[in-house]
Structure formats: C-alpha cells, structure tokens
Design a protein around this ligand. Sequence first.
Ligand SMILES: Nc1ncnc2c1ncn2[C@@H]1O[C@H](COP(=O)(O)OP(=O)(O)O)[C@@H](O)[C@H]1O
Ligand SMILES: [Mg+2]
Length: 283
Amino acid sequence: MALLSAQNLTVSIENQIPNTPLPLSTPFLKNVSIDLRKDKITCLIGESGSGKTIFSKTIAALLPENVFIEQGDIFYKGKAIDYCTLKKSRGRLIFYSPQNAAASLNPVLKIKRQVNEWAKLDQTQLLDLFRDLEFQDPERVLNSYPFQLSGGENQRCLLAMAVAQQPELLILDEPTSAMDLHLQEEFMGLIKKVRQQFELTILLITHNLSLVRNAADYIYIILNGEIIEHGTPGDLLTSPGHAYTREIVNIHAALTPQPPAGQDLFEKALTEGEVPTPPKTFV
Ligand SMILES: Nc1ncnc2c1ncn2[C@@H]1O[C@H](COP(=O)(O)OP(=O)(O)O)[C@@H](O)[C@H]1O
Ligand SMILES: [Mg+2]
C-alpha cells in the first residue's frame, strides 16, 4: 500500500511580470504520479533541473510562495490530503532532509542541541542513536559544531535528527552529493539499515542510478518535469524503455567493473572439464 501518493500533479510558478504576453504560469512538474509504498525505499532519479526538489518540496509542503499546485491530488494512506494539512503534519509525518546538509544545520549550535530541538532524548538515548548511525565516536560528534565535522558526518547527523523525530516518511534530497564514492556506498547501506530498524518509508532523490541499484525497491525516472519511466531496479537496468533511461543505464554499465573478455566462457569450459585445471603451484 502507498503511504503517500501523488496523482497527476502539475506544479507551476506564477508569472510575476504583469502585462506581458507570457502565460500566467509555467509548469515545473507535469502530470506527475508517484506512489511511495509503505516501508519501502522509492528513488526519484533525474538530471539537474528536472524537478526532483520541486516534487519533494510539494509533498513536504515546502514550496516557495510563487510556486503552487495547479492540478492533481496528494493522498495519505488512501485519503486525499490538502496542502495546509500536509504543512501541519511536517516533522511528525514527513521529514525533509535538504540537499546541502551543512547549510541546513545551525552553525552556532552543537549537534546534541540540534538533535534535541524537536526530539527529547536523554544522553544514553542520544549515544545509542548515534551508535546506530554508525558513528565511531558519538560523544565527539554530539559535542561538535557542524563546521568541525565532515560533509558526510553532517549528512549522517541530519539522518540522526530525522530518525529521532520518528517520521513516517523520510525524504532525502541528494544525500550523497558531497561524498566520495566509497562513502556514498556506505551511506546507502546505512539508509537501508535505518529504514528497516526504524520502520521508515523513504523517498531517496539522486541523479545516480548506479548508486541506488541495491538500495531501491522501486525507481521513478523524471525528465523535464515528467515521469518518463518507472519500475524495479532490475526492470530498469535490464530492459530500459526510454532513450534517457538507456543513457543512464549505459553510464551505470560503464561504471561497473566487467570481467575480462572471455572469462565467462573459460570458467564454463573449466567446470565442464573441457580445459585442464591449471596447476596450483609452480616449483
Ligand atoms: N524558487 C524557484 N523559482 C524559480 N524557479 C525555480 C525555483 N525552484 C526551482 N526552480 C526551477 O524549477 C526547475 C526544477 O528545479 P529543481 O526541482 O530544483 O530541479 P532538481 O532538483 O531536479 O535539480 C528548474 O528549472 C529550476 O530552475
Ligand atoms: Mg534538487
């Protein structure tokens, strides 16, 4: 079942230049339908400027003043929910973790204070939470200001804040963009772990299909404000239908290490006894 579902959403910006032949509004999202299934990780993948953040801010009721829902509906557990109700349930129902984690943390408050601004955890609960989020040295992190931590640590602190509030839906907007490849892979593993441990439903936004192949339960591909294709990672990687999806699948293939040419044939022949097993040691 979908915890939250967007149906045929068109989200537009008002044209603020009076007396021009321009239309009254310009759409950023066109007829977007996305289901966020309960207890699953749903990924929204698209290039920069395709509308990923606008979509997440629509369902988190965080749209800028001049951007509005022109058409379509949002459903929460099967019932239509209006934008004002969504706004009131932010934090409790939905936690939005923005793209630039360091910028959204308060620079003059220690992490400990920031986590506890909404949640009220005692010292033991805080330490347990930070251990769950795989901080080697939770005490140091809790007593640090954001500028004393790396980009990856700040992103994990935001994840800790989100988890501490126990939202039903967690939106992570490009959480790994400031990390190197190794940290990105680690963070994906952590997202899977907290999803399960804290029974969260997650919307994960990224432009990297390769990165989410093992974490995503379901993927939507967005291009120029429209959903062009959706499916499981297996579906999309093995039989992409749209030219743009094929393009990002090819990027994925180029980034995945391939065995040397002919290795599969050699291994098959070896198991079938068609080539002699090479000696293990040479004297
Ligand atoms: N506050 C805003 N005012 C004007 N245009 C905006 C605003 N926010 C986003 N946009 C435009 O909306 C489109 C989608 O942006 P965005 O959702 O941020 O893309 P993405 O997150 O996929 O990179 C882009 O063309 C962007 O320039
Ligand atoms: Mg964005």
